[in-house]
Design a protein around this ligand. Structure first.
Ligand code: GLN
Length: 202
């Protein structure tokens, strides 16, 4: 069986675990460095990125996660998870760091005021039907490096902005498919895991 870790320090771990189980892989809560050895991929859930960052450092998880990313482990981050994967945070809280790996700049809590949380249908690259996307105090990608593929942007009528990206084995969305029950991004993560197994890496 394929085992996929879900970083379980804070955030919507249960929702991600449910989607992974529905796709026939084993979700594994990851809290300690050793937990990473037992998984072939990792999900960084939604939650509060500054809290997850703080806890990851307190639990000695920051460097092992950075090492796993550097070794090419497939990782999918949603919302706070996108912020944790981003190389640069435009507006971090004091002392906030990310794991990095994804060559993007993100702005946290990019949708203020009345539209703090909203849902919309998005056209995503490579998908034949739109994604029903749930945004909850979501970040937006405000800058991308040359190796980053943009998978989805908000329509101009909704203010625009890049909200789904991929780079190698890293995948991130500003929204929460795990909340709306869309399994396609998790399937993309699994495709990356399977591609690695066939390639014999690690
Ligand atoms: N606003 C949160 C943060 O900055 C992200 C919200 C979410 O994950 N739904 O980390």
């Amino acid at each position: 069986t394929v085992r996929v870790g879900v970083l379980a320090l804070q955030g919507d771990v249960r929702e991600h675990s449910r989607v992974l189980a529905a796709l026939g892989v084993e979700p594994v809560p990851v809290r300690r460095p050793g937990d990473l050895d037992a998984v072939q991929g990792l999900v960084l859930p939604g939650g509060e990125s500054s809290v997850i960052d703080k806890l990851a450092r307190a639990f000695g998880m920051r460097e092992p996660i950075r090492a796993a990313i550097a070794e090419g482990m497939p990782v999918y981050g949603t919302c706070a998870g996108l912020i944790l994967l981003a190389a640069r945070i435009a507006n971090p809280i004091v002392g906030q760091e990310s794991f990095g790996g994804l060559d993007v700049t993100v702005r946290r809590n990019a949708f203020g005021g009345q539209v703090e949380s909203f849902e919309t249908d998005l056209v995503a690259h490579g998908f034949d039907a739109p994604v029903h996307a749930t945004f909850i105090r979501a970040p937006v990608v405000v800058g991308t490096g040359p190796d980053v593929q943009v998978l989805a942007s908000l329509p101009e009528s909704a203010g625009g902005g890049i909200v789904a990206v991929a780079q190698g084995n890293l995948l991130a969305t500003a929204f929460h498919p795990e909340v709306s029950g869309d399994t396609r991004f998790h399937e993309m993560l699994l495709a990356r895991i399977r591609g690695r197994e066939v390639g014999g890496a690690r």
